[in-house]
Ligand binder design. Structure first.
Ligand SMILES: C[C@H](CCC(=O)NCCS(=O)(=O)O)[C@H]1CC[C@H]2[C@@H]3[C@H](O)C[C@@H]4C[C@H](O)CC[C@]4(C)[C@H]3C[C@H](O)[C@]12C
Length: 328
């Protein structure tokens, strides 16, 4: 499972993502500069494009991005969408983009969600594989800029591009169903509300925190969608303080994280899905903050510290060691 979300505070725009899985693909933080040549199977290559920072496995010098942001403030994440995602064969006259090419193809040339929508108007997401070892993954994608978000789902009946008014995405079911399901939680509140059960039943507010008591606490995708949306909208964002906002973002992301040992993998009961990493992007400043399951400290990679006019990738392995602050 995975969770992604975006939000804006004053002039700063953020994008967060949890990667929940039971195995690693050797992912690292990878910066792709503007003159790295992106080769695509069918659509035109991008020899010069926007710069990207994100999490990727680098295979044969190709960055296979899980999530990323570009130097114009557009961000994108691919999340599991099993049994629903359908990638077609190539169709003549369409922009045939393989699923693993979608993130660089969009982020390489779009600065805003509106531009991404235009580029997506003629797309066909194809079933071509990166390699025999890395077949296509069943994904759907969240794309966000300073003010808007969309979701891209390639289903059996074609590609759908949905406006996403809450800026949240998890996994199954499809996005329209997830959005509709929020209606079921319209009475959840941060405040403890008066007894509405019945005037004849004297119910007490015996504890603080009764307002959001029925917020779903599960690890499943629907529960995480509702919880991430509620927690995002009710978090106390600071208008001016970057560290306060990043701290709050990681609290929201960790409120939907998967603790190891609680989500057993059906096909391999010895394994458990867990939140391998959490990233938080400041999209205006080209910053990628991250924690990993074994390293709660927030780490920062700044894309502007490398030469963004270059032509070769820069990769930073995740720091997974816990740094305990010895107080005495
Ligand atoms: C599985 C990951 C999504 C996390 C998630 O939702 N997990 C839930 C699993 S489950 O439903 O509960 O079983 C996705 C997100 C990005 C994916 C990776 C990226 O798309 C990049 C390449 C793409 C290649 O085609 C396959 C390998 C791969 C390296 C992908 C492996 C895997 O499918 C990743 C890592």
């Amino acid at each position: 499972m995975c969770t992604a979300l975006s939000f804006q505070v004053d002039n700063n725009h953020y994008f967060g993502r949890n990667l929940d899985l039971e195995l690693s693909y050797g992912q690292q933080v990878v910066i792709t500069p503007q003159n790295f040549s992106f080769k695509f199977r069918e659509v035109a290559n991008l020899d010069h494009h926007f710069a990207l920072i994100g999490v990727a496995s680098v295979v044969d010098n190709y960055p296979l991005y899980f999530d990323a942001a570009n130097d114009h403030g557009l961000a994108m994440g691919g999340l599991n969408y099993p049994d629903n995602a359908y990638y077609a064969d190539s169709i003549s006259g369409k922009d045939n983009v393989a699923s693993f090419e979608l993130i660089p193809w969009i982020l390489g040339q779009c600065a805003t969600v509106d531009e991404a929508k235009k580029l997506l108007a003629n797309i066909n997401i194809t079933n071509q594989q990166f390699s025999q070892q890395l077949p296509p993954s069943p994904l759907h994608w969240l794309i966000s800029d300073h003010s808007d978000s969309i979701v891209v789902e390639s289903d059996r009946d074609g590609v759908h591009v949905y406006d996403n008014p809450v800026g949240v995405l998890t996994n199954n079911p499809s996005f329209p169903k997830q959005l509709f399901n929020l209606n079921n939680y319209r009475t959840i509140s941060a405040a403890t509300l008066p007894n509405q059960f019945s005037a004849q039943v004297p119910l007490e507010d015996y504890s603080r925190g009764l307002g959001p008591r029925n917020l779903p606490g599960g690890m499943d995708s629907e529960s995480r969608f509702v919880r991430a949306a509620f927690n995002k909208y009710n978090a106390t964002w600071d208008q001016h303080d970057e560290v306060a906002n990043i701290t709050e973002l990681f609290h929201v992301m960790h409120s939907v994280e998967q603790q190891s040992g609680l989500d057993q993998v059906a096909t391999n009961p010895a394994k458990f899905e867990y939140t391998i990493y959490t990233v938080g992007y400041n999209l205006d400043k080209g910053l990628l903050y991250y924690t990993t399951y074994t390293n709660n400290q927030i780490n920062l990679v700044n894309m502007n510290k490398v030469n963004l006019q270059g032509n070769s990738l820069t990769a930073y392995p995740f720091v997974n060691d816990q740094a305990i602050n010895n107080v005495n």
